[in-house]
Every structure is written in structure tokens, then in C-alpha cells.
Design a protein around this ligand. Structure first.
Ligand code: NDP
Ligand code: GDR
Length: 370
């Protein structure tokens, strides 16, 4: 039975990858951080009671900022594959916590690579590094591929650039099987609530159900190449099954503005919007609402721009060229953007119907401020 070790197992990708590897017969070990509240909601459905026999999913406490526990866990598990998904993954927050982002997203990767080397596992353990389209940041005007030079535009992206190159360096210096998956944005119903897509689908669901009046967003002109996380974890797995270790861009090849993601999400509840104004004074009002389940009044202002969400340096356009992955890995995404939006909206409407029931029976419900 193959053994995989996943850092960031409690995150969006960690959860989908765990499901995928368990379905392929792997024994899966995950590293979770100690937190003051439970942080395993995304993987609770695959959790197995450690007191049972033949448990194939095991969690270990650990943190990418602590090389002692990384070495100990890798020594204990002796994994065939490590998927390094753990990171402080929020671009805007990295401007607030630049040193932490460097420690975890940059040096954290070195800790994994060095642990594998020190433990003499270079011939056994394959390593997947979660690299990102943010590496291309300031590269604009054409689709970005494996050969496009990098221009990171945030502390997050700069830390990830270190992680990218240290992975390449360990591969070349020590003949390690270590690869970068340069993944463009990928979303799902499990996406963290403060990333823009999930923030939008949650807010639109709540507005449709009468639980919230409007949503405040930042730069509506940015363009992203969005795929579904379920498709992207398949690519991670495929990258580690190749004969020789290589780096791959994983993307859909289609880019869309944030404003259009907003429109598509409102369309899912039968609401049509009209945008007016520019930059920090842009707003959107309802011009048509034709689904009686979501009776949002015509004329209601439902989107406002809040410059608080503007970034000191923005990445305006991301558009990936996945040709190499499609030809060499035989990877093709199953979800397009409309299918992704539908999946996220269906899940969030379902989630907030529970809040609607609570509100109707007089209970106070939470507000969300991000
Ligand atoms: P999430 O933010 O959903 O998950 C991040 C995971 O990392 C969580 O499990 C989190 O734990 C864990 N983590 C955070 N800090 C530490 C730390 N100090 N030590 C150990 N673990 C830590 O991210 P995604 O699942 O979306 O992304 C997975 C990886 O892929 C990340 O590295 C991200 O940067 C990268 N990436 C993501 C893309 C995307 O569009 N989703 C695109 C390209 C790259 P906790 O749950 O406790 O917070
Ligand atoms: P990104 O994702 O920075 O691309 O990083 P995010 O969803 O945070 O932002 C995408 C774009 O939307 C604009 N935006 C807003 N963003 C947020 N979060 N909140 C808002 O209110 C808002 N309004 C507009 C942003 O300015 C930006 O242009 C994600 C993360 O998963 C990274 O870890 C990963 O590496 C990259 O994707 C690829």
C-alpha cells in the first residue's frame, strides 16, 4: 500500500486530495496545526477512529515553521509521496504578515526537502510542491506557461518563488523526485470564505435568502483563470506518477473578470444586475429578479466597492496555458466556469437555508464581516 503525507490537509485542496488518494487505495497521513477550535471540518467525513484496525487516514500535529516535527513525522511515516500544500495562502493577508508567509510558504518547503534528504529518503520519497500562478504576477498580455519568466507581486508570491526554485534546486542537486505544480486559481464549495469566489457565492446566497443586503468587494476588473479544485487535485496526483520529475502549469485557458463572476452568481438565483460608477465608487443594483424563491427587490444596491480590499500591488490578469499538462499528463478539467459557479452556489444556498430557518424561528444569526 502506498503512503502519502499531506501538509495542509485541513485546507480546500488537502480535503479533495485526501478523498482522491483514499479512493486509490493509499494510506494517507495528514499534518494538521494545533488550533484552539476544531479545524478539521473539511475532512471530518473521511476521519477514521484511530482505535479501529486497518485505519488508512491518520492525522499528526505539526507546523511548517517547525523543522523538528517535520523531520519526526517524515521519519515515522516513511512516505512514498509528500504533497506540500500547507501555506499561509491568502495574498492580501501576506502584505500584513510578510515574515510569516516567508517562513511557512518559503522556508517551510526547504524544511520538507531537507528532511527527506537528511533522512536518506531521496530515492524513495517523491515531493509535490504547491506552486502558483501568482509567480507570474506582473507578467501581462499573453498566456502564461512553464517557460514564462516570473514576476511575483506580493510577499506570498515572493515566498512561493523561493519554494519553487528550492524545489528545482534539490531536484537538480540531489537527484530528488521533486516537482512544482504551477496551479492557477481553483475554487469549490470548500474554498476558504475570504477568497473572492467563495465570498461572492456566500454573499449572493445570503442576499437571495434575505439574510444580508449587500456585499463589499475590491477590484472588480481583475481577471482570473478559475478551475475546480476537484480537477486540480487529480493533476497533483498525475504529476507524481510520471517517469521523470517535471514542473507543470495547471489551468483552464479561460480568464474572467471578478465582475462577471458576480453576474454569473446572481444569475443562479434569477437576479440580473446593472453596474454603474467606476473604481472605488462602482456599485451594482438589481434590475430584474425572476425567481420567487429569491425575492430580491428591484433597485436594491447589492454590490459596493470598498477600497479596503485593494492590494498594494495587484495582479491584474492571470491566464494559463495548460498544453503541457494536457499532452503529457493527459489531464483535462471536467468543470468549466458555469459548472463551477453552479456547484458553489448550490452548496452555499443549501448552507444558508439553515440560517434562514433559524432566522424565521426568531434566532439571532451571525453576520460576516470579511
Ligand atoms: P487553504 O488556505 O485552503 O489551506 C492551506 C492549508 O495550509 C490549511 O490546511 C492550513 O491549516 C495549512 N497551514 C497554514 N499555515 C500552516 C503552517 N504554518 N503549518 C502547517 N500547515 C499550515 O489553501 P488551498 O487548499 O486553497 O491551497 C493549497 C496550497 O496550494 C497552498 O499552498 C496554496 O498556496 C497553493 N495554491 C492554491 C491555489 C488555489 O487557487 N487554491 C492556486 C495555487 C496554489 P489550517 O486549516 O489550520 O488553517
Ligand atoms: P488570489 O485570490 O489573490 O488570486 O489568490 P483571491 O480570490 O483572494 O483574489 C482574486 C482577485 O479578486 C480580487 N478581489 C478580491 N479578493 C478578495 N479576496 N476579496 C475581495 O473582496 C475582492 N474583491 C476583488 C483580488 O484583488 C484579486 O485580484 C488565490 C489564492 O488561493 C492563492 O493561494 C493562490 O496561489 C492563487 O489564488 C493562485
Amino acid at each position: 500500500m502506498k503512503k502519502a503525507l499531506i501538509t495542509g490537509v485541513t485546507g480546500q485542496d488537502g480535503a479533495y486530495l485526501t478523498e482522491l488518494l483514499l479512493s486509490k487505495g493509499y494510506e494517507v497521513h495528514g499534518i494538521k496545526r494545533r488550533s484552539s477550535l476544531f479545524n478539521t471540518q473539511r475532512i471530518d467525513h473521511v476521519y477514521e477512529d484511530p482505535h479501529q484496525d486497518n485505519v488508512r487516514f491518520k492525522l499528526h500535529y505539526g507546523d511548517l515553521s517547525d523543522s523538528t516535527n517535520i523531520i519526526r513525522i517524515i521519519q515515522e511515516v516513511q512516505p512514498d509521496e509528500i504533497y506540500n500544500l500547507g501555506a499561509m495562502s491568502h495574498v492580501q493577508v501576506s502584505f500584513e504578515e510578510p515574515e510569516y508567509a516567508a517562513q511557512v510558504d518559503g522556508i517551510g518547503t526547504l524544511r520538507i526537502l531537507e528532511a527527506v534528504r537528511l533522512l536518506g529518503l531521496t530515492g524513495k520519497t517523491k515531493i509535490y510542491q504547491a506552486s502558483t500562478s501568482e509567480l507570474y504576477g506582473g507578467v501581462q498580455g499573453h498566456a502564461q506557461s512553464e517557460t514564462t519568466p516570473f514576476y511575483p507581486r506580493s510577499p506570498y508570491a515572493v515566498a512561493k518563488q523561493y519554494a519553487y526554485w528550492i524545489t528545482v534546486n534539490y531536484r537538480e542537486a540531489y537527484n530528488m523526485y521533486a516537482c512544482n505544480g504551477i496551479l492557477f486559481n481553483h475554487e469549490s464549495p470548500l474554498r476558504g470564505e475570504t477568497f473572492v469566489t467563495r465570498k461572492i457565492t456566500r454573499a449572493v446566497s445570503r442576499i437571495g435568502l434575505g439574510l444580508q443586503e449587500k456585499v463589499y468587494l475590491g477590484n472588480l476588473d481583475a481577471q482570473r483563470d478559475w478551475g475546480h479544485a476537484k480537477d486540480y487535485v487529480e493533476a497533483m496526483y498525475l504529476i507524481l506518477q510520471q517517469e521523470t520529475p517535471e514542473d507543470f502549469v495547471i489551468a483552464t485557458g479561460v480568464t474572467t473578470r471578478i465582475r462577471d463572476f458576480v453576474r454569473m452568481s446572481f444569475a443562479e438565483i434569477g437576479v440580473e444586475l446593472e453596474f454603474s460608477g467606476e473604481g472605488a465608487s462602482e456599485t451594482a443594483k438589481v434590475v430584474r429578479a425572476n425567481n420567487p424563491d429569491f425575492p430580491v427587490p428591484v433597485g436594491q444596491e447589492v454590490v459596493c466597492v470598498d477600497p479596503r480590499y485593494f492590494r498594494p500591488t495587484e495582479v491584474d490578469l492571470l491566464l494559463g496555458d495548460p498544453t503541457k499538462a494536457m499532452t503529457k499528463l493527459n489531464w483535462t478539467p471536467k468543470y468549466d466556469l458555469p459548472a463551477l459557479v453552479k456547484d458553489m452556489m448550490t452548496a452555499d444556498i443549501d448552507l444558508f437555508r439553515r440560517d434562514q430557518l433559524l432566522a424565521q424561528s426568531g434566532h439571532q444569526i451571525l453576520n460576516y464581516f470579511e
